[in-house]
Design a protein around this ligand. Structure first.
Ligand SMILES: Nc1ncnc2c1ncn2[C@@H]1O[C@H](COP(=O)(O)OP(=O)(O)O)[C@@H](O)[C@H]1O
Ligand SMILES: [Mg+2]
Length: 273
Protein backbone atom coordinates (compact mmCIF):
# COMPACT_ATOMS: atom_id res chain seq x y z
CA UNK A 1 0.00 0.00 0.00
CA UNK A 2 1.10 3.58 -0.52
CA UNK A 3 2.06 5.33 2.68
CA UNK A 4 -0.77 7.41 4.16
CA UNK A 5 -0.51 10.92 5.59
CA UNK A 6 -3.04 13.46 6.86
CA UNK A 7 -3.13 17.10 5.78
CA UNK A 8 -2.66 19.70 8.49
CA UNK A 9 -2.23 22.99 6.56
CA UNK A 10 -3.41 24.05 3.13
CA UNK A 11 -0.67 26.33 1.78
CA UNK A 12 -1.59 27.43 -1.75
CA UNK A 13 -3.18 26.32 -5.01
CA UNK A 14 -0.93 25.59 -8.05
CA UNK A 15 -2.49 27.12 -11.12
CA UNK A 16 -0.09 26.19 -13.95
CA UNK A 17 -2.06 23.26 -15.30
CA UNK A 18 -5.70 22.33 -15.42
CA UNK A 19 -6.39 20.40 -12.25
CA UNK A 20 -5.42 23.08 -9.66
CA UNK A 21 -3.61 20.80 -7.22
CA UNK A 22 -2.79 22.25 -3.80
CA UNK A 23 0.42 22.48 -1.82
CA UNK A 24 -0.48 20.98 1.54
CA UNK A 25 1.57 20.20 4.65
CA UNK A 26 0.99 16.88 6.35
CA UNK A 27 1.29 15.33 9.78
CA UNK A 28 4.64 13.73 8.88
CA UNK A 29 6.03 17.29 8.49
CA UNK A 30 6.32 16.72 4.73
CA UNK A 31 4.91 19.03 2.08
CA UNK A 32 2.91 17.52 -0.78
CA UNK A 33 1.30 18.48 -4.06
CA UNK A 34 -2.22 17.13 -3.63
CA UNK A 35 -4.42 16.08 -6.55
CA UNK A 36 -8.02 16.25 -5.42
CA UNK A 37 -10.76 13.71 -6.09
CA UNK A 38 -13.20 16.62 -6.50
CA UNK A 39 -11.31 18.06 -9.52
CA UNK A 40 -13.03 18.04 -12.91
CA UNK A 41 -10.68 15.27 -14.11
CA UNK A 42 -12.15 12.99 -11.41
CA UNK A 43 -10.77 9.92 -9.74
CA UNK A 44 -9.57 8.37 -13.01
CA UNK A 45 -6.88 11.04 -13.19
CA UNK A 46 -5.71 9.88 -9.76
CA UNK A 47 -5.71 6.24 -10.85
CA UNK A 48 -3.58 7.23 -13.84
CA UNK A 49 -1.17 9.06 -11.51
CA UNK A 50 -0.77 5.96 -9.35
CA UNK A 51 -0.32 3.46 -12.19
CA UNK A 52 1.97 5.63 -14.30
CA UNK A 53 3.97 7.00 -11.38
CA UNK A 54 4.56 3.68 -9.67
CA UNK A 55 5.30 1.91 -12.94
CA UNK A 56 7.82 4.60 -13.91
CA UNK A 57 9.50 4.28 -10.51
CA UNK A 58 9.88 0.53 -10.97
CA UNK A 59 11.48 1.16 -14.37
CA UNK A 60 14.04 3.41 -12.64
CA UNK A 61 12.60 6.68 -13.90
CA UNK A 62 12.46 9.39 -11.25
CA UNK A 63 9.04 10.21 -9.81
CA UNK A 64 8.50 11.96 -6.46
CA UNK A 65 6.99 9.70 -3.79
CA UNK A 66 3.21 9.21 -4.04
CA UNK A 67 1.12 8.93 -0.87
CA UNK A 68 -2.50 8.40 0.09
CA UNK A 69 -3.48 11.83 1.32
CA UNK A 70 -6.27 12.20 3.86
CA UNK A 71 -7.73 15.69 3.48
CA UNK A 72 -10.23 17.46 5.71
CA UNK A 73 -11.72 20.48 3.86
CA UNK A 74 -11.79 22.38 7.16
CA UNK A 75 -8.05 23.10 6.80
CA UNK A 76 -8.72 24.93 3.54
CA UNK A 77 -11.34 27.33 4.89
CA UNK A 78 -8.88 30.23 4.75
CA UNK A 79 -8.56 29.95 0.96
CA UNK A 80 -10.37 33.00 -0.44
CA UNK A 81 -11.08 31.80 -4.02
CA UNK A 82 -14.61 30.42 -4.20
CA UNK A 83 -13.80 27.94 -6.98
CA UNK A 84 -10.96 26.47 -4.91
CA UNK A 85 -13.25 26.36 -1.87
CA UNK A 86 -15.73 24.28 -3.89
CA UNK A 87 -12.94 21.96 -5.06
CA UNK A 88 -11.68 21.42 -1.51
CA UNK A 89 -15.19 20.88 -0.13
CA UNK A 90 -15.80 18.21 -2.77
CA UNK A 91 -12.56 16.42 -1.83
CA UNK A 92 -12.95 15.36 1.78
CA UNK A 93 -11.30 12.01 2.57
CA UNK A 94 -8.82 10.12 0.42
CA UNK A 95 -6.84 12.06 -2.23
CA UNK A 96 -3.43 11.62 -3.84
CA UNK A 97 -0.30 13.38 -2.63
CA UNK A 98 3.06 13.74 -4.36
CA UNK A 99 6.17 14.75 -2.48
CA UNK A 100 6.79 18.45 -3.17
CA UNK A 101 10.28 19.05 -4.59
CA UNK A 102 11.42 22.35 -3.07
CA UNK A 103 13.50 24.54 -5.34
CA UNK A 104 12.77 22.45 -8.44
CA UNK A 105 12.52 24.18 -11.81
CA UNK A 106 10.24 23.41 -14.73
CA UNK A 107 12.21 21.49 -17.38
CA UNK A 108 13.29 23.57 -20.39
CA UNK A 109 14.74 21.53 -23.30
CA UNK A 110 16.79 24.52 -24.45
CA UNK A 111 18.52 24.85 -21.09
CA UNK A 112 18.83 21.36 -19.63
CA UNK A 113 20.48 18.70 -21.83
CA UNK A 114 19.19 15.13 -21.57
CA UNK A 115 21.15 12.05 -22.62
CA UNK A 116 19.73 10.09 -25.53
CA UNK A 117 19.31 6.95 -23.43
CA UNK A 118 17.22 8.74 -20.81
CA UNK A 119 15.17 10.59 -23.43
CA UNK A 120 14.55 7.23 -25.15
CA UNK A 121 13.34 5.60 -21.94
CA UNK A 122 10.97 8.46 -21.15
CA UNK A 123 9.52 8.66 -24.68
CA UNK A 124 8.95 4.89 -24.71
CA UNK A 125 7.37 5.03 -21.26
CA UNK A 126 5.06 7.87 -22.33
CA UNK A 127 4.04 5.84 -25.37
CA UNK A 128 3.30 2.87 -23.11
CA UNK A 129 0.96 4.91 -20.91
CA UNK A 130 -0.38 6.98 -23.83
CA UNK A 131 0.75 10.22 -22.20
CA UNK A 132 -0.36 13.25 -24.23
CA UNK A 133 0.86 15.69 -21.61
CA UNK A 134 4.64 15.89 -22.05
CA UNK A 135 5.00 18.25 -25.00
CA UNK A 136 7.59 21.02 -25.28
CA UNK A 137 4.73 23.43 -24.55
CA UNK A 138 3.87 21.66 -21.31
CA UNK A 139 6.71 19.29 -20.35
CA UNK A 140 5.43 18.16 -16.92
CA UNK A 141 9.00 17.41 -15.87
CA UNK A 142 10.97 19.10 -13.14
CA UNK A 143 14.71 19.56 -12.76
CA UNK A 144 15.74 18.98 -9.17
CA UNK A 145 19.29 18.43 -7.88
CA UNK A 146 20.41 18.33 -11.55
CA UNK A 147 18.16 15.37 -12.32
CA UNK A 148 14.99 15.08 -14.36
CA UNK A 149 11.81 14.15 -12.45
CA UNK A 150 8.52 13.11 -14.01
CA UNK A 151 5.24 14.58 -12.73
CA UNK A 152 1.61 14.87 -13.79
CA UNK A 153 0.42 11.60 -15.34
CA UNK A 154 -3.26 12.37 -14.78
CA UNK A 155 -4.01 12.62 -18.50
CA UNK A 156 -2.41 9.27 -19.38
CA UNK A 157 -4.21 5.92 -19.89
CA UNK A 158 -6.98 7.93 -21.57
CA UNK A 159 -8.58 4.78 -22.93
CA UNK A 160 -9.81 3.96 -19.41
CA UNK A 161 -12.52 6.58 -19.89
CA UNK A 162 -14.36 4.05 -22.05
CA UNK A 163 -13.50 0.44 -21.34
CA UNK A 164 -15.71 -0.91 -24.17
CA UNK A 165 -13.45 0.70 -26.77
CA UNK A 166 -10.26 0.63 -24.67
CA UNK A 167 -8.44 -2.12 -26.54
CA UNK A 168 -9.00 -0.59 -29.97
CA UNK A 169 -8.09 2.87 -28.67
CA UNK A 170 -4.89 1.58 -27.08
CA UNK A 171 -3.79 -0.01 -30.36
CA UNK A 172 -3.62 3.41 -32.04
CA UNK A 173 -0.23 4.99 -32.89
CA UNK A 174 1.47 7.32 -30.41
CA UNK A 175 2.49 10.71 -31.75
CA UNK A 176 5.73 11.81 -30.06
CA UNK A 177 6.60 14.49 -32.63
CA UNK A 178 5.95 17.29 -30.13
CA UNK A 179 7.40 15.47 -27.12
CA UNK A 180 9.50 17.68 -24.83
CA UNK A 181 12.48 15.33 -25.34
CA UNK A 182 12.25 15.14 -29.16
CA UNK A 183 15.34 17.23 -29.69
CA UNK A 184 17.52 14.66 -27.89
CA UNK A 185 17.02 12.11 -30.69
CA UNK A 186 15.23 9.43 -28.67
CA UNK A 187 15.44 5.81 -29.81
CA UNK A 188 12.30 4.18 -28.38
CA UNK A 189 13.10 0.78 -29.94
CA UNK A 190 16.34 0.63 -27.92
CA UNK A 191 14.46 1.62 -24.78
CA UNK A 192 11.80 -1.01 -25.50
CA UNK A 193 14.46 -3.72 -25.74
CA UNK A 194 15.64 -2.74 -22.28
CA UNK A 195 12.35 -1.92 -20.53
CA UNK A 196 9.53 -3.92 -22.15
CA UNK A 197 10.74 -7.27 -20.71
CA UNK A 198 10.55 -5.67 -17.25
CA UNK A 199 6.85 -4.85 -17.63
CA UNK A 200 5.60 -8.23 -16.46
CA UNK A 201 2.24 -9.37 -15.14
CA UNK A 202 3.81 -9.61 -11.67
CA UNK A 203 5.09 -6.03 -11.82
CA UNK A 204 1.72 -4.74 -13.03
CA UNK A 205 -0.04 -6.70 -10.27
CA UNK A 206 2.14 -4.92 -7.74
CA UNK A 207 1.48 -1.52 -9.34
CA UNK A 208 -2.28 -1.88 -9.79
CA UNK A 209 -2.48 -3.24 -6.24
CA UNK A 210 -1.55 0.26 -5.06
CA UNK A 211 -4.75 1.83 -6.45
CA UNK A 212 -7.13 2.35 -3.54
CA UNK A 213 -10.24 0.13 -3.84
CA UNK A 214 -12.41 3.22 -3.28
CA UNK A 215 -11.43 4.57 -6.71
CA UNK A 216 -12.22 1.32 -8.52
CA UNK A 217 -15.68 0.47 -7.18
CA UNK A 218 -18.79 1.06 -9.33
CA UNK A 219 -16.81 0.98 -12.59
CA UNK A 220 -19.45 0.15 -15.23
CA UNK A 221 -18.95 -3.33 -16.71
CA UNK A 222 -16.84 -4.66 -13.81
CA UNK A 223 -17.91 -6.60 -10.71
CA UNK A 224 -14.96 -5.96 -8.39
CA UNK A 225 -11.96 -3.62 -8.06
CA UNK A 226 -9.67 -6.55 -8.92
CA UNK A 227 -11.50 -7.01 -12.23
CA UNK A 228 -10.68 -3.41 -13.13
CA UNK A 229 -7.07 -3.94 -12.07
CA UNK A 230 -6.87 -6.94 -14.39
CA UNK A 231 -8.14 -4.83 -17.30
CA UNK A 232 -5.37 -2.27 -16.71
CA UNK A 233 -2.80 -5.07 -16.54
CA UNK A 234 -3.90 -6.76 -19.75
CA UNK A 235 -3.93 -3.52 -21.63
CA UNK A 236 -0.47 -2.43 -20.51
CA UNK A 237 1.05 -5.87 -21.06
CA UNK A 238 -0.32 -5.95 -24.56
CA UNK A 239 0.92 -2.44 -25.25
CA UNK A 240 4.40 -3.02 -23.81
CA UNK A 241 4.99 -5.76 -26.37
CA UNK A 242 4.93 -3.60 -29.47
CA UNK A 243 4.08 0.05 -28.83
CA UNK A 244 7.58 1.11 -29.94
CA UNK A 245 6.59 0.19 -33.51
CA UNK A 246 3.74 2.69 -33.42
CA UNK A 247 5.60 5.79 -32.22
CA UNK A 248 5.81 8.78 -34.57
CA UNK A 249 8.94 10.82 -33.88
CA UNK A 250 9.98 14.29 -34.99
CA UNK A 251 12.70 14.21 -37.70
CA UNK A 252 16.19 13.78 -36.18
CA UNK A 253 18.28 16.92 -35.63
CA UNK A 254 20.54 16.29 -38.64
CA UNK A 255 17.73 15.10 -40.88
CA UNK A 256 15.43 18.07 -40.75
CA UNK A 257 14.00 19.05 -44.12
CA UNK A 258 15.91 21.93 -45.76
CA UNK A 259 13.81 25.10 -45.96
CA UNK A 260 11.72 25.39 -49.15
CA UNK A 261 13.16 27.19 -52.16
CA UNK A 262 10.88 30.26 -51.80
CA UNK A 263 11.99 30.76 -48.19
CA UNK A 264 15.67 30.51 -49.03
CA UNK A 265 15.27 33.04 -51.86
CA UNK A 266 13.37 35.36 -49.54
CA UNK A 267 16.01 35.10 -46.78
CA UNK A 268 18.82 35.68 -49.28
CA UNK A 269 16.96 38.72 -50.62
CA UNK A 270 16.56 40.07 -47.08
CA UNK A 271 20.26 39.52 -46.35
CA UNK A 272 21.24 41.31 -49.54
CA UNK A 273 19.19 44.39 -48.57
N1 LIG B 1 6.17 17.31 -6.84
C1 LIG B 1 6.22 18.59 -7.18
N2 LIG B 1 7.18 19.41 -6.67
C2 LIG B 1 7.23 20.72 -7.01
N3 LIG B 1 6.37 21.31 -7.87
C3 LIG B 1 5.40 20.54 -8.42
C4 LIG B 1 5.28 19.15 -8.12
N4 LIG B 1 4.22 18.65 -8.79
C5 LIG B 1 3.71 19.68 -9.48
N5 LIG B 1 4.42 20.82 -9.28
C6 LIG B 1 4.15 22.15 -9.89
O1 LIG B 1 2.75 22.31 -10.00
C7 LIG B 1 2.35 22.44 -11.35
C8 LIG B 1 1.01 21.74 -11.55
O2 LIG B 1 1.14 20.37 -11.23
P1 LIG B 1 0.73 19.24 -12.27
O3 LIG B 1 0.95 17.93 -11.61
O4 LIG B 1 1.42 19.47 -13.57
O5 LIG B 1 -0.85 19.46 -12.38
P2 LIG B 1 -1.82 20.00 -13.54
O6 LIG B 1 -1.01 20.31 -14.74
O7 LIG B 1 -2.80 18.91 -13.74
O8 LIG B 1 -2.44 21.19 -12.91
C9 LIG B 1 3.50 21.86 -12.14
O9 LIG B 1 3.57 22.40 -13.43
C10 LIG B 1 4.71 22.22 -11.29
O10 LIG B 1 5.10 23.55 -11.53
MG1 LIG C 1 0.75 19.70 -15.51
Amino acid sequence: MLREVTGIRYVTPLREGGSVPGVVEADDLGTYVVKFTGAAQGRKALIAEVIAGELARRLDLRVPELVRFDFDPVIGLGEPDQEIQDLLKASGGLNLGMDFLPGSLGFDPLVFPVETAEASRIVWFDALIGNVDRSWRNPNMLVWHRDLWLIDHGASLIWHHNWRTARAASDKPYDASEHALSRFDPDPAAAAAELAPRVTDALLTEVTGLIPDEWLTDEPGFDTPDDVRRAYRELLLNRAADVHRRITLAPKQGERQPPPEWLRTWVEGKNAQ
